[in-house]
Write a protein that binds this ligand. Structure first.
Ligand SMILES: C=C(O[C@@H]1C=C(C(=O)O)C=C[C@H]1O)C(=O)O
Length: 287
């Protein structure tokens, strides 16, 4: 970002799960100050790391990989306590029977693929083999005992599915740990926070206001989700109310445990600390 062009490049996950945070954002933030870049999570993770996006949601795992480069907005995440409805494993046999099998993972995800590895390797004592593929269940299952989908791919496949058992990874995580799980967090590159403190504060206020407005008056957004993706109004009501967009002590605890397991299993190279952005200072949550 050059000083002649003080536009913040903000990422957006191209799944319905983030709609509440963005639905009213354009009317709350001056459009000459921001550019929104919509991609699947793994593309956003890479763009944020490379500095071609300045802030926005990334996989929580990607924060764990590069936490020294980022601050996290408080009170914004894509989290769940128990069912998520859009992080789904499709399989033919019970989990304990496929824990040493062949698992196909989607190229779109970083958090959930490592969450699945924790579940199979730590909780079920398995040692599966893994392969990455485009999120297409028919192709994935040609050669697999189980296939993972996230986001709208998971939602639509769940509606279509008549063949497979389905495990919701949020539910599985809560069953074994009793904890929350945060799948995406809102990261800001540190140099952006230093260079453009007012814009970063303005964007935070607009995200928070959109989240509150979408929570208090969700019907228009839900109708639009139904028109764009399909499903029923009951489905979207349930979906948006099951997801939680907060990022507070309960979510920090769940995420700290996820990072601990990722480190212990060798998925992350070092212990992660969660550093929050605030208007005047950096607050550190975990060491
Ligand atoms: C709840 C979800 O969380 C997502 C899962 C992600 C991941 O696995 O890396 C990243 C961002 C979130 O969109 C979802 O995709 O539906």
């Amino acid at each position: 970002m050059s000083s002649q062009d003080p536009k913040i490049r903000i990422g957006r996950i191209n799944y319905t799960n983030v709609w509440p945070i963005y639905y009213y954002f354009p009317e709350l933030m001056n459009s000459s100050e921001v550019e929104i870049i919509e991609q699947v999570p793994t593309s956003l993770n890479q763009a944020m790391k490379a500095g071609s996006i300045d802030m926005g949601p990334i996989s929580s795992f990607a924060y764990g990989e590069s936490f020294e480069q980022y601050l996290l907005y408080p009170d914004l995440s894509v989290s769940a306590y128990g069912e998520v409805n859009s992080i789904l494993l499709f399989h033919e046999k019970p989990l304990r029977e496929i824990a040493n099998g062949h698992i196909v993972l989607p190229t779109t995800s970083a958090t959930s693929v490592n969450l699945l590895k924790i579940i199979l390797e730590k909780f079920y004592n398995g040692k599966p083999t893994y392969e990455y593929a485009q999120p297409n269940i028919a192709q994935m299952m040609e050669r697999a005992d189980a296939a993972l989908l996230i986001g709208d791919d998971a939602i639509k496949e769940n509606w279509r599915n008549k063949t497979y058992m389905i495990t919701d990874l949020g539910q599985e995580w809560a069953k074994w740990t009793g904890q929350w799980m945060s799948f995406a967090v809102w990261a800001i590159r540190k140099e952006t926070a230093e260079q453009y403190p007012e814009l970063v504060a303005e964007a935070f206020n607009a995200f928070m206001a959109s989240k509150a407005k979408a929570h208090n008056d969700p019907l228009e957004m839900m109708q639009e989700a139904q028109d764009a993706v399909g499903g029923t109004s009951d489905y979207w009501h349930h979906y948006f109310h099951t997801l939680c967009y907060d990022f507070g002590p309960e979510q920090w605890d769940g995420l700290a445990l996820y990072y601990k397991y990722c480190y212990e299993l060798g998925f992350l190279p070092k212990p992660v600390s969660i550093a929050l952005w605030s208007e005047n200072k950096v607050a550190r949550v975990t060491e």
